[in-house]
Design a protein around this ligand. Structure first.
Ligand code: OOG
Ligand code: MG
Length: 255
């Protein structure tokens, strides 16, 4: 092996810190999926050492629109921290990112520790609420290009997330229109059924992955289900909002 996991994790962590994109790992080293998750774990471990707190997990490539946009073929998962939180209505600075994109998501808040793989029959016993969300992704790789292994090692491009009002778990989310807008103009429109057929499926997958990888998902932690539509590049001066039937709008601004 040319570089060890620590060195590869450090490279990605530094890229995020310095806001400078780096070459794809796959250009100079062959890593498999499990090695990529090991690198992700070390890279996020560095953030936790800098006093960031783990806040939950996000799933990626749970919709065809996203897989096709990025040219990959499998579901992935990444870790969220409190440093990535964006408040509803907040103005955030563009210069904290490299080349950010935003996408419309559904978020779930966990009500008690997930200690087993959940099923459609018991999943709502573990979830406190459902919300509309915007995820900001910001690949640390040049030109926002990567292999599946590259993007996993890079914590699935995670960079920010903005969550709207929490709603009751029984609110309809299985098949509702959802859109992401720039300055009030819808750019990408889709339906939540694009997320694995039903966003609740993302929670079942998250529970399975958490058990498999030994991730403690506790009360208060969140799960992001994965984008329902392709992501869009964002720019300073824009207001980014997401709407879905039955939910209040969620939005943030970029300066
Ligand atoms: C990877 C992250 C994918 C989603 O919701 O599908 C993702 C990327 O596209 O850079 O967050
Ligand atoms: Mg996402």
């Amino acid at each position: 092996m040319k570089y060890n996991y620590d060195q590869l994790a450090e490279r990605l962590d530094k890229a995020a810190l310095l806001k400078e994109s780096v070459e794809q790992l796959s250009n100079y080293q062959t890593i498999n999926i499990e090695e990529a998750y090991a690198i992700q774990s070390i890279s996020i471990g560095r953030r936790l050492l800098r006093e960031e707190n783990f806040t939950g997990i996000k799933l990626g490539f749970t919709s065809k629109a996203k897989m096709e946009q990025m040219g990959v073929h499998d579901m992935i998962w990444g870790r969220l921290t409190d440093q990535m939180q964006i408040s509803q209505g907040e103005t955030i600075e563009m210069n904290q990112f490299i080349h950010p994109r935003a996408e419309p998501e559904i978020a779930f808040k966990i009500s008690r520790v997930i200690d087993q793989e959940l099923t459609m029959d018991n999943v709502k016993d573990y979830i406190y609420g459902v919300a509309l969300a915007i995820e900001v992704i910001d690949s640390r790789y040049k030109d926002f290009k990567f292999s599946l292994e590259d993007v996993i090692a890079d914590n699935c491009s995670s960079a920010g997330y903005c969550i709207g009002e929490w709603q009751d778990v029984n609110i309809e989310i299985g098949s509702i229109p959802i859109s992401i807008s720039v300055d009030g103009k819808p750019i990408n429109e889709g339906n939540t059924s694009a997320i694995l057929g039903d966003p609740w499926q993302s929670v079942l997958n998250a529970s399975r992955l958490a058990i498999q990888y030994g991730i403690e998902l506790q009360a208060g932690h969140i799960i992001l289900a994965g984008a329902a539509t392709a992501a869009l590049y964002v720019e300073a001066g824009q207001e980014i909002s997401v709407d879905a039937e039955g939910f209040d709008q969620v939005l943030f601004k970029l300066s």
